[in-house]
Design a binder for this molecule. Sequence first.
Ligand SMILES: Nc1ncnc2c1ncn2[C@@H]1O[C@H](COP(=O)(O)OP(=O)(O)OP(=O)(O)O)[C@@H](O)[C@H]1O
Ligand SMILES: [Mg+2]
Length: 662
Amino acid sequence: MRRKFRLRLNLSQKIVFSSLAIFLSIFILCLSIIGHWFTNSLEQNIRQEVASFAERVYQDFQHEQEDLETQVNLIAGRETIILAIEQKDKQKLLQDLLPIRTILNLDWIKVVDANGNTLLDTRTYSLVTSKLLDKSITNIASSGGGFIDFIDVEDSLQVLQVVIHPIKSSIKIVGGIIMGNLVDESFLEQIAVGSSKDIVTTKKDTIIASTLPNIKEIKWQPPSPNSSTIKTSIQQQAYFAKSIVFKGASQSLITTILYPILQLEKTQSSLWLRLYLLFLLGGTIVTFIGYLIGNKITRPLQAVTQIAKKVTKDANFDLQAPVTTEDEVGVLAISLNQLIQQVKQLLTEQYQAKAKLEAYNQNLEQKIKERTKEVEQKNLDLKNTLNELKQTQSQLIQTEKMSSLGQLVAGVAHEINNPVTFIYGNVEYAENYVKDILQLIQLYQKYYPNPDSNIQNVMKEVEIEYIIQDLPKILTSMKVGAERIHQIVLSLRIFSRLDEAEFKTANVHDGIDSTLLILKHRLKAQTHRPEIQVIKDYCEMPHIKCFAGQLNQVFMNILANSIDALDEAWEKKLCQQPIIRISSECENENICIHIADNGTGIPQKVQSRLFDPFFTTKPIGKGTGLGLSISYQIVTEKHRGSLQCISLPDRGTEFVITIPIR
Ligand SMILES: Nc1ncnc2c1ncn2[C@@H]1O[C@H](COP(=O)(O)OP(=O)(O)OP(=O)(O)O)[C@@H](O)[C@H]1O
Ligand SMILES: [Mg+2]
């Protein structure tokens, strides 16, 4: 977290924060040392001050006493006073001493004669009714003694500081004078005037006078006069205190100088407050100076950084960082500028290399394209050549096959034709002759019912009656047979069409029939299947111009395939009765021949390849795969017609040959 914060700060902030942190640490340390030193020395000073004040109070008290003694001495030496005492002139004494009491601000003046009789007792108003316990000092005064003492006021805690002095005439002691002042608040205030300290006077642990309000007559044990300034408390208020002793002849008073600690604490607080203010002011100044320094250091750096950023962002390598100083920042700016120049140079080289590479690539690609095109063209040529070769080969094979077959058929037809013509031409004569002979025999039988026994035996032997009946039948059947042979020969000649190799008018139905005749042996019932039923549905069709022999070849291929398919279908028990349906129709300018079978049908994937040369599904040796490709060529190329195949697998196939009528 702290690390993150540090990372997010910019340089000037870092400088400000660092200097602030260093300053604050040092400042706090110094302040706390100074503050403690100050407060301690303040306390020491106050203790010292209290002690010195106590000393001063003591000195003042001594001076006061000495002054009073001097005054008393002067008064006691006055002739008028001596005379008045000797004469016991109380009036005179009053006249002389009353103004003195007022002037010297005394609380009590008492004059006694040598016998101890009171000649004058003038007191301040507060003491008028009080009974002073002054018997012993009155006695001493009358006997000519002199000293300083404290006397008590009966039934009260008031104490009077008194100075006793003998009054002497030139020859004897005539009496004595006692002058006293109450040790009260005004007395203490007089001593403490102009100081911030308080004074408390105690007698036997009871406060008899104090500059502090409302603490008179309470019990309080003052610190020992022998101890240095210590801390004490009166009525929950803390003070520094130092006690001194005002000594009298019969008793002493302990007077304590008090300095309220609260005041010290106030002074200390105000000192701390000032120190805090100083701290704040110092912090502000340091922050401001840190900010100025940070700014001064970072501004050139920022300028360099800005340029570095801009160069990276815009990829503008023409920019240069300003070099304004010769310090590290200046060196940095120069280095950055050099770096930018180097990068620019590198990039330029890279661009050039890339452009060259691209040019090479393009060239190479172009060359590859050209080469590929050439190779593709060559491939295409080769393919075409191969196809042509294949076609030529298949055509050659088929033509060879068909021409051999045609020649064979034509030869056979020719050879058979002559003898058959003899038979066919003579059988009718033979029939007539036989009829005549049989008629003759019947006439012989009629007119010669009993011929020679040898004739009768031969007649019996040869079953002449049966011959007479059967011979015409034999002749008729021979005639029929000869006629059929004649038909077959005709069909064979039609099929071979060796004489009709060129484009000429022909009857298509004759072509189909002759083909069927050639294939008759295959249509017949076989050991493994019944006879294939051929249903013909021919229309009235004109003779059309065609290559009749080649068309027969087409019928031959299609019908042979149908027979193969029916063989297979029967084997696979796909049909009840093998049927080939041949129908024809004339449509406008075309004739259509449909050859359909209920054989195996052709699977969909095979249908597209049917007309490819050498495509066969038949076992090797049985099919060459040329039949349909040749047929397709004959129909489409030679006759400008079309050859279509419609097939449902396992149901059957129909080929439709369409040829334009010309
Ligand atoms: N009527 C049909 N019924 C089912 N399949 C057929 C039919 N006619 C053609 N085919 C299929 O077409 C293929 C190609 O026939 P095509 O006549 O071109 O060659 P082939 O009969 O195999 O061999 P060839 O005719 O050269 O002796 C056959 O192998 C056969 O699978
Ligand atoms: Mg075939």
